[in-house]
Write a protein that binds this ligand. Structure first.
Ligand code: OAD
Length: 255
């Protein structure tokens, strides 16, 4: 079947790249952005722009804390889909994971397979929401103490140097770091198998990376519950749950 064919392509490939979005973390309890009950139904995207952060950092931070509470409330852990990708990495089947997610779950999954043998590169294209970065001195630190200060009314939270902290994520209206996006594009072009997983593929760079990968020599697969604008350019489309498809793919690769 399709999975056998995809597994055969992966075994033959020099470079396999996984590109993930909010859908891979949905089974861990992290809400998606779009679609039913997506966070952009409950929050106004326009309040989370880089322009707003610069104009009104205190107001931005107050709203940001609400958003983070809605997205990352309580304990959440990597699910079977994150784990399957991490296992493919230790098996030598995965060159890179490019993720739009800021939840840190791919890194957690890699840690939990606890192997030094994984050679998978992880690029967090939109940064990591667990960290904050000082907009003056550039220092990056764990976000928790800063989120606590902000929740206690210390708005906007500032660094020892006096600079304002910003969540270490890419905001709307902000460029992705040039080196990171260049590496992501190079990996997409280089890939022999490119899997887009749990992303609506409607915003940049998500909309263009799979198209960059697509060529007669490359197998492009899409795993997503809803259809995407890139489906017609893909070789294989699974309109299924990531926690069904990826563990099965890993099993077929192992067999
Ligand atoms: P979206 O919320 O746009 O899309 C998530 C997709 O995952 C949807 O198409 C769902 O159908 C699908 N999905 C949900 N649960 C799934 C499951 N269990 N199995 C398979 N598919 C599932 O999220 P992204 O594409 O990641 O940017 O959004 C891209 C960017 O837009 C985000 O990184 C964020 C957002 O605004 C910034 O914050 C800069």
């Amino acid at each position: 079947d399709d999975l056998e064919r995809l597994a055969a392509d992966i075994r033959r490939a020099d470079t396999v790249v996984a590109f993930t979005g909010a859908g891979i973390s949905a089974p861990s309890g992290v809400p998606t952005f779009r679609g039913d009950d997506g966070v952009w139904e409950h929050f106004d995207e326009g309040q989370f722009t880089y322009g707003r952060f610069q104009r009104d950092p205190a107001g931005f931070w107050a709203d940001r804390l609400e958003l983070q509470r809605a997205m990352f409330d309580g304990e959440f852990e990597p699910n079977a889909a994150h784990e399957a990708l991490a296992a493919m990495g230790t098996d030598g089947h995965l060159e890179a994971i490019l993720t739009q997610n800021t939840d840190g779950l791919h890194a957690d999954a890699a840690d939990s397979v606890a192997s030094d043998s994984s050679e998978t590169t992880l690029l967090e294209l939109h940064g990591n929401a667990r960290r904050v970065r000082c907009t003056d001195c550039g220092r990056r630190i764990d976000g928790d103490p800063v989120f606590e200060r902000a929740a206690d009314g210390d708005l906007p939270p500032t660094c020892d140097c006096g600079g304002v902290y910003k969540p270490d994520v890419v905001l709307f209206g902000e460029q992705l770091p040039g080196a990171v996006i260049q590496r992501a594009r190079a990996l997409a072009r280089e890939s022999d198998v490119f899997l887009a997983i749990g992303s609506s593929l409607v915003v940049e760079p998500a909309a263009s990376l799979p198209r960059l990968a697509a060529s007669p020599e490359t197998t492009v697969g899409i795993i997503n519950l809803e259809s995407t604008p890139v489906d017609s350019a893909a070789d294989i489309v699974y309109r299924e749950d990531v926690t069904t498809v990826l563990p099965r793919l890993r099993d077929v690769l192992e067999a």
